[in-house]
Design a protein around this ligand. Sequence first.
Ligand code: FE2
Ligand code: FE2
Length: 174
Amino acid sequence: MLNERMAEALNTQLNKEIYSAYLYLSMSACSSFIGMKGFANWFMVQYQEEMVHAIKIYNYVDSQGGQVKLMAVEQPPTEFESALEMFEKTLEHEKFITKSINDLVNLAIEEKDHATNIFLQWFVTEQIEEEGNDNDIISKLKLVGDKGNGLFMIDRELASRVFTPPAQPEEGQG
Ligand SMILES: [Fe+2]
Ligand SMILES: [Fe+2]
């Protein structure tokens, strides 16, 4: 059973994950508009992942007897200077999310809410992957600079990313 403070904090995190989805969907649209279809694909997959994060929290709050409360989603930026800027913004945002997850873990410990603490461990691990991916792509983008050839190759590589839906059944079963 979730206490009110924990439920509220999780609802706030749910909103942050939906904003993340919205931000990457905006980056996908921007990439597609300028013809970088591989980048557009990468961000579209990231959008889908973020929706999975959001629904994971939704299902958890709901299954633990908490009330899911949706909030307004902030408008994401719609203009980006370059692919590098998009990934730098992505990394910066994911660092903010990592801090937010860590704060939630601290709250769960403070509230002696072991179930939520365990639930959040998945997100702690996921954040390591997220920041790692972003760092990798940023290094590559810095390596090629504004050379069209290099960008074209990275675009082609990012075109191969595929969304893997979470294994069923999800949290909240039984
Ligand atoms: Fe996320
Ligand atoms: Fe991920």
